[in-house]
Design a protein around this ligand. Structure first.
Ligand SMILES: Nc1nc2c(ncn2[C@@H]2O[C@H](COP(=O)(O)OP(=O)(O)O)[C@@H](O)[C@H]2O)c(=O)[nH]1
Ligand SMILES: [Mg+2]
Length: 465
């Protein structure tokens, strides 16, 4: 990686008594994957048991200091200018100390020494949603930007939004998220959160920023309404392309499948490149006709309600696909309910008429009995592991078989004057046989009806000698 120092993250999680430990872990695992998707390298984690995740400082004093060791911050909430804490946070701080003793006993991941400078994190990412003032406090203590779960998800959605409607939708969500988190920016780059009572020259500019956001949001909503249904145009654009969209929860194995089926291992090895790269790629080795695979943004557990609309619009890719692959982690006990949600949401985004195939992934994690039971339960599904070359080949054949069942075999008569058409035929159709004679070429092809019709139209326009 060229600039590792720009991309280290440290994660923060609070374990509250109400949430079972497994849930906190799986949520943190999911967050780790989301954060990697954004191109960050997770260098450390700071977790704490607390009675609530609503404390003004989020973490207790000891844990704040631990966090600061990762980021090089002060570990203190006071601003750099020594402004005393306002009353509200001082009171919270007092509450904190009650819990502090209990929580600091949990020594599972206390880091005694500061990490090496190259291991320092440039961002803190918190696995819960933070109020604007919590975010501000944590940024002060850490001395680096802080992103919460919703912030991470919005960022991922905005990278995955492709159509204009999807981009508008995500932009609206981003502004809604941003508006209450805006704060005064002092002179220079120093972020100076004006305390609760803080009034001053800056306030007008803050008000101005907020008004700009309101205006912009209104504009975006109007634009969104004006676009109406893009479905039709998307369909038209894709008509001649065969696309397969991978859909399912994060961690199901969509990206692994994508990599394995499109031969893009090299690119994915470095996440920074992978995220900049488009997520639509042709099957490799290439097929005739060409089949494109697209990786959608995964379904996320506990998706905040405000983000549901933007999440759905990032699924546009799937709604215009020729075939959907529902990918599930068959070793995850909750895959059936996840599959239900996936199907339901895809119906809601207008993908009801797209044919689909169920892919039960990670079969290497299951025993013979479980495998037999799954086969009986889902006789039409493809049971596979992305780590098995044979399984991947079988899936490839299944996909091609599906498309070919819709295809037509036909003899095309091509005069010598139409060589350019031959190149197009080879690119778009599967050539079954070819024979030359004195006037030209006869090619027997297997093709989608659309491609066949298009080529025949071209051939009809070719001047006869
Ligand atoms: N055991 C096993 N793990 C897999 C398999 N396919 C993917 N994984 C792992 O599952 C995790 C999630 O995979 P990923 O492709 O990133 O999932 P995505 O979130 O759906 O894109 C990764 O740690 C993969 O290495 C498989 O066939 N077997
Ligand atoms: Mg993925």
């Amino acid at each position: 990686m060229s600039k590792p120092s720009q991309s280290n993250a440290v994660l923060v999680a609070i374990r509250t008594p109400r949430v079972p430990a497994e849930e906190v872990d799986s949520s943190l695992q999911e967050l780790t994957r989301l954060v990697k998707t954004l191109g960050y390298h997770v260098v450390g984690r700071v977790t704490q048991k607390r009675s609530s995740d609503r404390y003004a400082a989020v973490l207790g004093e000891g844990k704040l200091a631990e966090l600061a060791r990762w980021t090089g911050g002060s570990g203190k909430i006071e601003s750099a200018f020594g402004r005393p804490k306002n009353k509200a946070s001082a009171k919270d701080e007092a509450d904190d100390s009650d819990i502090e003793e209990e929580s600091d006993e949990e020594a599972d991941d206390i880091i005694e020494v500061a990490p090496a400078p190259q291991e320092r994190a440039q961002i803190v990412i918190v696995d819960c949603d933070l109020s604007p003032s919590q975010l501000k406090n944590l940024e002060r203590a850490a001395g680096v930007p802080v992103l919460d779960r919703t912030g991470v998800i919005i960022e991922i959605f905005s990278r995955h939004a492709r159509t204009r409607a999807a981009r508008l939708q995500v932009e609206i969500a981003r502004l809604n998220y941003l508006a209450p988190r805006l704060r005064e920016t002092g002179s220079g780059s120093e972020r100076q959160g004006g305390g609760v009572g803080g009034k001053g020259a800056g306030e007008t500019s803050l008000e101005l920023d907020k008004r700009r956001i309101r205006d912009r949001t209104k504009e975006l909503r109007e634009e969104l309404a004006a676009i109406g249904d893009e479905h039709q145009t998307r369909r038209a654009r894709r008509e001649h392309e065969l696309t397969v969209a991978l859909v399912g929860y994060t961690n199901a194995g969509k990206s692994s499948l994508m990599r394995a089926m499109t031969g893009s291992e090299v690119l994915v090895a470095d996440k920074l490149f992978a995220t900049l790269d488009t997520t639509i790629r042709p099957l490799y080795p290439e097929t005739r006709p060409k089949v494109l695979l697209s990786d959608t943004v995964g379904f996320i557990k506990k998706l905040p309600h405000d983000l549901v609309a933007s999440f759905k619009s990032t699924l546009d890719e799937a709604a215009s696909a020729s075939l959907l692959l529902f990918v599930v982690d068959a070793s995850d006990p909750s895959f059936r309910s996840q599959l239900d949600v996936t199907r339901k949401v895809l119906g809601e985004v207008g993908a009801t008429d797209v044919p689909s195939l169920l892919v039960l992934n990670k079969r290497d994690r299951l025993g013979p009995e479980e495998l037999a039971a799954l086969k009986a339960e889902y006789p039409d599904a493809v049971l596979l592991s992305t780590r098995s070359k044979d399984d991947l080949q079988a899936l490839r054949e299944r996909i091609m078989g599906y498309f070919e069942s819709d295809m037509l075999d036909e003899d095309l008569r091509i005069p010598f004057t139409a060589q350019s058409v031959v190149a197009e035929i080879r690119a778009k159709m599967r050539v079954l046989s070819e024979a030359y004679d004195a006037e030209g070429l006869t090619i027997r092809v297997r093709s989608t009806p659309e491609n066949l019709a298009a080529i025949k139209q071209k051939l009809a326009r070719v001047p006869k000698r």
